[in-house]
Design a protein around this ligand. Structure first.
Ligand SMILES: [Fe+2]
Length: 383
């Protein structure tokens, strides 16, 4: 069997590395840059450091600050229109996963005809994209390293991915200083999302020696720094661990896909407006308990990364992985299960159906899962 490992070409990283943005853009032939970000970040002026660096470097700059939290098909068309109107020859994504996913999907439309829903699925993008530099300001989604854009399908409900090797960023800039202002709740949810990316990739059926190496290190960095970053946002060493871990996990899972946690987390109806990281984190322990017997040696390793001592009883050790995750969630104040977030019991069958239908994610899960099994798991968490 042959495996291929794809990733972005260039990662510029370190405290203050955002100052390299103009030289990076010019090296790619960029003269007119559009910065895609979200209204929240724009209001806080977080993107100013990027805008000013680009202007000082002699580039013309336009800021598109309307990336949606759950990017819709229409919002991608709107963003692409803004980039075309400005005559952008390079596109910057600046922000969390939603801003970066908006940027990647927008870049697809700059290189390809039609609307973005035509490209839902894998490998449907036909032409290369313009140069794209992604700058994450949260440490979680790993979106800067992946070839997928997750979008809300407002017509049919649920979230779907556009996946293409053309969607790897031309360059990524990782500056831990950009993440210092994240509030603890966001640090917590996005940090666990990153851990779950690494874990689902590590425990999944498509793991390789290369993705295993990446994912183990990503989980270790998060395990040692999650609580520190949550309790002291100014701790730059912890912030750097979290940011690099998120990126390294992205390098891993982009080559394997995720698993059941993401299948269920992305199946929650949009009306609940659960942030992605919260949806993933609150489902993690129950899904780990669901999975561990299918690949005990993998979950035993996860348990040890989360603080368990070696135990020659691999199955018993593997079982404790979900307990360790529960303890971590408790420390960083994330409630477990969907019930605390107001998700009604009557919506569970729909969530289970949608999750089971996500072949891309369920196909990589170590334990086969159908709608009945997923519904049973969700029902058991309700009182
Ligand atoms: Fe995620």
């Amino acid at each position: 069997m042959t495996f291929v490992h794809n990733t972005v070409k260039r990662i510029v990283h370190g405290c203050g590395s955002i100052k390299e943005a103009a030289s990076e853009a010019k090296a790619l032939g960029g003269t007119r840059a559009i910065i895609v970000t979200d209204p929240g970040l724009a209001k806080l002026g977080v993107h100013k450091v990027l805008e000013e660096t680009l202007l000082a470097g002699g580039l013309a700059v336009s800021v598109y600050d309307q990336a949606e939290l759950e990017p819709s098909v229409d919002s991608i068309a709107h963003c692409a229109d803004a980039a075309r109107d400005f005559g952008a020859d390079i596109i910057f994504g600046f922000g969390g996963g939603s801003a970066l996913d908006t940027t990647k999907a927008c870049a697809v439309l700059l290189g390809n005809e039609g609307t973005i829903d035509q490209y839902f699925g894998m490998g449907k993008v036909k032409n290369p994209l313009p140069p794209m530099i992604l700058v994450p300001t949260t440490a979680g989604t790993g979106s800067e390293m992946t070839s997928i854009s997750v979008l809300a399908d407002t017509k049919n409900g649920g979230k779907w991915g556009v996946v293409s090797d053309y969607m790897y960023a031309t360059a990524v800039i990782l500056d831990p200083e950009l993440t210092v202002g994240l509030p603890p709740s966001v640090t917590a949810a996005t940090g666990i999302d990153a851990f779950v990316h690494a874990m689902e990739s590590f425990c999944g059926k498509a793991d390789t020696p290369i993705t295993n190496a990446l994912n183990i290190h990503a989980m270790k960095l998060i395990a040692r720094s999650m609580r520190r970053a949550y309790t002291n946002g100014q701790d730059l060493a912890a912030r750097a661990d979290m940011l690099y871990a998120s990126t390294i996990a992205g390098m891993g899972f982009s080559n394997t896909q995720n698993g059941i946690i993401h299948a269920v987390g992305t199946a929650i109806p949009r009306e609940y407006h659960m942030p992605h990281g919260v949806a993933i984190a609150c489902l993690a322990p129950m899904c780990m308990a669901f999975n561990y017997m299918a690949r005990p040696e993998k979950y035993a390793e996860v348990a040890m990364i989360l603080g368990e001592k070696y135990d020659s009883d691999t199955l018993a050790l593997a079982e404790r992985a979900s307990h360790r995750m529960s303890a971590l969630l408790k420390d960083i104040r994330i409630a477990e299960g969907l019930q605390p977030y107001g998700v009604t019991r009557s919506d569970l069958p729909l969530i289970a159906e949608r999750a089971a239908g996500n072949a891309r994610l369920i196909g990589n899960n170590p334990r086969p899962a159908n709608a009945k099994l997923i519904l049973e798991m969700l029902e058991a968490s309700y009182s």
